[in-house]
Design a protein around this ligand. Structure first.
Ligand SMILES: O=C(O)CCC(=O)C(=O)O
Ligand SMILES: [Fe+2]
Length: 566
């Protein structure tokens, strides 16, 4: 199983010597505020200083006897789960007279309480202990993975879930997660299950564009779960999901504008020319609408409402706000297309955007996925109408930026392998005159040299993807929030001719990015950039929302943690 215990590090139980009451004979304990006491039976433990007891809230002498016995067991403070954990008293090695299962059960309660209070570090550590006490309990691994996701540690979560699944192949949540991540990781593993020869032939070149052949091996050898991905179908030739051509990194570079947001170090990249064709976009929308209609019909046939007036679309993606969407993994043709497009066009575009942004994967606080406040309203914003012709480079005069842009450009333009011809970056056939000046410096001044797109591409993984529907007559907007993921994409699936309002609203810009045509891609560090769906006031707006994270190998993650501690 995963070496959970290696991650278990409680902060020291700080002693409380501040004797300002007369409970001198009650041993002082640490600051247990981080863990609430969960002692069963309402038995108060008279532990001065234990400020964590939600249920008992005790101080005084009432539980002295109990305390004494707990101390003799654990040797630490009050006996609340935190103290017991810190003292090793719940390790389940038998020395404290408690079975591993009993210890695990109490730790699970402590972990659950911590989760309820958004204290995911505490929860993770309690679960680490619980896993040590009950090493065959796959549910603990599942829950630890959920905490890891909330800590922003996707790769660790997936390792834990993989280990949990090995213990309990029928664990429903673990199975569900495995299926999800496998379906969305298929693009990493070009040889497997892809019926589309076009995708297969271009995949090596994509990875080549990313950098070297070891990239291909690394990407292919680290799908999130070890079993092979499910077979995917392409859905035929005439369904709009056209073959996807390779987009070399250099071309992705030329097709991206970047805006840096004031004060936050956040950024948003948007494509100059659509990355998806109109037929691809409408094929995706059609499949999503077909699925929704089928859900409505099934609900009507089964006599149950079930769809809640949402026309067969799902409404429960976000725990706190309504969303109207359908998961890409539930749309077989879109899923197959998505995996191909990730490999050939979307992946390289995201990798280059991340590099242009200058450090997507800084992970301050690592937390993500929170709701901020009320929805953005559909006020007119002059800037919106300029998109995508907005000014792009805030650093045009900076020598430093020019140098780093040059380095980035060089790294973006590595020669692909497998004989794939790289299209010239400074191409003569400057599409519709919208290409940029090759020399134009780009990048945030003073920012550290961004990692090359090759590295970004190698590390990119998809956490989830949805087709989202906004309707002036139904769900009009999405409140300001951050996403669960490190990088987010919103891909327009229809043009502004079909709706008014709409667009991806950015708090840091004070405006919405609102591509006019279908097929445009907007990339931003969604885990830490406050954004929302601007209100649609007429018509229907469709987008493809994709959430990505950076994959880390176990050793890399451990190294990073060691560095963080220093
Ligand atoms: O509507 C948009 O462009 C934003 C969508 C979004 O933020 C999300 O689905 O998480
Ligand atoms: Fe979002």
């Amino acid at each position: 199983m995963a070496k959970l215990e290696e991650y278990a590090r409680f902060p020291p139980c700080a002693s409380d010597d501040d004797d300002d009451d007369d409970d001198d004979d009650v041993p002082t304990v640490g600051d247990c505020a981080a863990f609430y006491c969960l002692l069963e039976g309402g038995v108060g433990v008279g532990a001065k200083g234990c400020r964590g007891s939600k249920e008992n809230g005790v101080s005084g002498r009432r539980g002295e006897g109990k305390l004494a016995s707990l101390q003799s067991i654990g040797g630490c403070g009050c006996g609340c789960p935190k103290c017991l954990v810190e003292s090793g008293g719940l390790d389940g090695d038998g020395s404290e007279g408690m079975s591993g299962a009993g210890a695990a059960e109490r730790l699970l309660k402590a972990a659950q309480q911590a989760v309820d209070e958004d204290r995911f570090d505490d929860a993770f550590e309690a679960l680490s202990r619980a896993a040590r006490a009950a090493p065959d309990n796959s549910d603990i691994l599942y829950r630890a993975g959920v905490c890891a996701i909330n800590q922003g540690r996707w790769s660790r979560a997936l390792r834990l879930w993989r280990d949990g699944l090995a213990l309990s192949p029928d664990h429903p949540e673990l199975k569900r997660e495995a299926e999800k991540y496998q379906a969305l990781a298929f693009w990493l593993d070009p040889g497997k299950g892809d019926a589309n020869p076009d995708a297969r032939s271009s995949s090596g070149a994509l990875v080549g564009a990313a950098t070297d052949s070891s990239t291909a091996a690394a990407a292919a050898s680290s799908p999130p779960f070890s079993s092979p991905p499910p077979p995917l179908t392409t859905g035929g030739q005439d369904d709009g999901f056209t073959a996807t051509a390779l987009l070399p990194a250099g071309e992705a570079f030329d097709n991206l504008d970047v805006d840096f947001m004031t004060g936050h170090g956040e950024w948003v990249c948007s494509t100059r020319l659509p990355l998806l064709s109109a037929s691809e976009c409408s094929a995706i929308v059609n499949e999503a609408e077909e699925k929704a209609s089928a859900a409505v019909a099934a609900a009507a046939g089964g006599g149950g409402g079930g769809c809640g007036g949402s026309g067969g679309w799902g409404t429960s993606r976000h725990y706190a706000v309504p969303t109207t969407d359908v998961a890409v993994r539930e749309l077989p043709r879109t899923l197959a297309w998505f995996n191909r497009a990730m490999r050939t066009r979307i992946g390289p575009t995201v990798a280059v955007a991340a590099a242009l942004g200058g450090g997507v994967f800084e992970r301050p606080g690592r937390r993500s996925g929170s709701l901020k406040r009320s929805p953005p309203v559909a006020e007119p914003h002059a800037q919106d109408e300029d998109f995508p012709a907005r000014a792009v480079c805030s650093a045009a005069d900076s020598d430093e930026a020019a140098e780093s842009a040059e380095a980035l450009r060089a790294s973006a333009s590595v020669e692909p392998e497998n004989g794939q011809e790289r299209r010239q970056v400074e191409s003569d056939d400057d599409q519709e005159g919208q290409g940029r000046e090759a020399e134009e410096p780009r990048g945030r001044p003073g920012a550290p040299t961004p990692p090359p797109p090759a590295l970004m591409l190698r590390r990119l993984r998809v956490h989830d993807a949805f087709v989202v529907r906004y309707d002036a007559a139904a769900q009009r907007s999405l409140p300001l929030h951050t996403d669960q993921g490190e990088l987010s994409l919103t891909i327009s699936l229809n043009g502004t001719g079909e709706y008014e309002g709409g667009g991806t609203w950015f708090e840091g810009l004070g405006s919405a990015v609102r591509p006019e045509e279908a097929g445009h891609v907007v990339v931003f560090p969604g885990g830490r950039t406050v954004h929302g769906g601007r209100e649609v006031t007429r018509g229907v707006r469709y987008i493809l929302a994709v959430f990505l994270y950076e994959h880390w190998e176990e050793e890399e993650e451990e190294e990073e943690e060691e560095e963080e501690e220093e």
